[in-house]
Design a binder for this molecule. Sequence first.
Ligand code: V55
Ligand code: FE
Length: 486
Amino acid sequence: MVDAIHFPDVELYRGWGAPMRTESTLRGLELTQGAIPEGLEGALYKVGADRQYPSGRLDDIFIDGEGMIHMFRFKNGQVDYLSRWVHTKRYQLQQQARRALFGRYRNRYTNDPSVAGVHMGTGNTTAMFHAGRLYALKEDDLPHEMDCDTLATIGRSDLGGQVRAETFTAHPKVDPVTNELLAFAYQAKGDASRDIVYYLFDKDGKMREEVWFQMPYAACVHDFAITDEWIVFPFFPLITDLDVLKTGGPYYQWHPDQQVHVALVPRRGGSAKDIRWFKGPSASAGHMMNAFREGTKVHLDVCYYEGNCFPFFPTPQGVVTEAVPPLLKRLTFDLAGNSDGFEKRQLLDIPCEMPRTDDRYQGRPYRHGYVIAGRAPDGSSGTGHVDHVTGKFEMYRPGPGDSVQEGQFVPRSPDAPEGDGWLLVPVCRVHEMRTDLVILDAQNVAAGPVATLKLPVRVRATFHGSWVSEHALRTGQYEATATLGA
Ligand code: V55
Ligand code: FE
């Protein structure tokens, strides 16, 4: 006999947050509005967290849970939809046991003794496509390779024996112009380790740069940013304490007394001694929109919290800090200056998160950004487009009570000008408990969808994802171009 499955009545699992737990296969989504743009061919992969079994805990957090990978496959005028669990070791063992075996978020000391030593990765954060291979990522473990067509799990991967770190970021940057993969691993030698490593892989997946260095503290490094010459690593004082983990505590604690540290690492040919360090007052962030270089200056655009971005990680004294809004700010680091501080300028007056760009302009001077914004008390939200040249901000709002997940930009053609293309946005039809995938004109989001594809099922949560063009699916290489100095 095993226990019946029952999820606790907590906010996380109410309404739209109810565990979904099903895999779906839809051969051809219903087109309920507009027309699918001609030439839009390829796959949108997105990854999120669901709940395989109830953990029995009341402190589950939304960034935890088993990975579910989703595919929207655009081909020959139709869109197929597939969702599949990421079959990590953790998933498989729980499936066999028919119950949760892993406890608090990333705290292995709260796991069932039967799974001691088992890798904790859930593969729940994003989908990465590089050199012809697809991966589901979670920042506390190595990538899990997935089959591009069936979404079957191929297995945990150290990228051909090249990655010696124990972890791998869930915010890699795949440059669709050079086909390089830029990535890193933090707490790379185990829980609470201060080791971090920067990686650059060439278009065929061969590692070309590997720079190990030490973080100022065992930080949460959820994202980073790239430029042509410098890689930007921000360290925010959400810090892991091994002793706290051993007593069953939270993975991170918020330290408002500690500074923000930023490391600029040479993109090529550098080592730890070449790193430039900057410092600023305590703050935090999850997500970077972009970075770029202007002469001796490096600009970092980031959804910045002047406080704790994760209030569910209290201070060591147990103080739950007040929620602060994420505001898009430009941090500027002057490599020729004689200060180790940085300047900060707000770019947008409304709070926003999950920033994206036309990926061909990652690390390059750029104009267009896309965000989730306008979150209202009823939970609704919309997709925003910020134009850094005109300063204009426009929004698409799906409807009363409805919310959006992170949008994905797709260029109209490989050589289209920056921002000329579409945004693929999953819309949560909250009252109907199902999802639509809407296609927006990325230059006119306020006009509403050019097409709406109806799912009879709910895509419970997705964090991030990638667009893989038909050409890239076929050849393993993206074919995009970018005009510099946009
Ligand atoms: C974040 C997300 C995570 C995670 C740690 O947004 C940090 C930040 C989706 O999982 O494990
Ligand atoms: Fe993220």
